[in-house]
Design a protein around this ligand. Sequence first.
Ligand code: 1CP
Length: 344
Amino acid sequence: MLKNDRFLRACRRQAVDRTPVWFMRQAGRYQPEYRRIREKYSLMEICEHPEICAEVTLLPVRQLGVDAAILFSDIMTPLRGLGLRVDIVENVGPVFAEPIEREGQVAAIPPFVAEEAVPYVLETIRILRRELDVPLIGFAGGPFTLASYMVEGRPSRDYRKVKTLMYAESHLWQQLMEKLSAMVASYLVAQVEAGCHVVQIFDSWVGNLTRTDYETYVRPYMYSIVAAVRATGAPVIHFGVNTGHLLTAIADIGPDVMGLDWRTDLDEAWQQIGPGFAVQGNLDPVAVFAPEEVLAAKVTDVLRRAGGRPGHIFNLGHGVMPQMSVSALQRVVELVHSHEVQEV
Ligand code: 1CP
């Protein structure tokens, strides 16, 4: 049974007693318990062992008092499940053994069937549904963000290879995006069917595209993903970094909740996309390192910009960082929960 459904209510723009709060990357190295588990298991080993993965997912829920849990996984999990050779390399990130260069490589990627590719993810979700008293968020990487790693082979600064492929090889790009968007849609629906209440699409790196390029090369593939999930009745959150110039273009895809990074003022962003969306965000993650009064003022400022309107979910403007302290994040949760929600 859910102890509180503030987060679900906010996703649907219903009234809440307190603003719900959770953090992207809320399980991770800032937690001593996580570091201890990582001494024994690699990131992918955690994701592939349901009991351990469920335990890691629960750590921040118990420690921070957040209003939602997010499945512990990585955006690379379904690609590994399909047999692609990708590893998460220490201090680097995802690295592909054979970056995508030719059509034959894309054609060789099998269709995605969650029960076959990632049975351990579905099992983790089932365990979590028995253990959790707050809603569970499932997630997937957006097709552009996944493609960026697959084509570049590793994290990139300028996205030169992936954007060049996009501009120069339209057939290969279309083939890759079709494959990835079908995978993402099917993976998200499978997570909902296994028990996730809400899903988030992390299209973290789309902010590196111009608005026209986003609309031309990426957005056409996003509609079917959002439509497939919405057909299940589960709310969809979209998140990307540095997307101030893309907000209305992304809103057109029709997510229930728009995730905002910290560079955009929340009130202005909400005004741009209109009251038909819930919004999630958007404290500057680095504010968590600020002195207590400065942090408190910045949390209050985000809440003030939300103005008590239904449909605000408090979050950081990007993920938790390994150097953050558990106590500072606890403080943020307490601060958010200490404000009564009153529409102004
Ligand atoms: O063991 C470790 O601590 C390594 C760090 C780490 C962690 C904790 C990686 C490597 N992935 C994860 C888990 C993870 N990845 C979660 C955890 C769930 C949670 O508690 O919130 C999530 C949501 C992700 C999603 C993810 N992976 C994204 C999208 C979110 C974002 O940050 O924008 C991306 C881009 C990745 C790729 C990735 N995996 C890991 C790293 C270091 C990266 C980014 C590398 C880069 O800069 O490109």
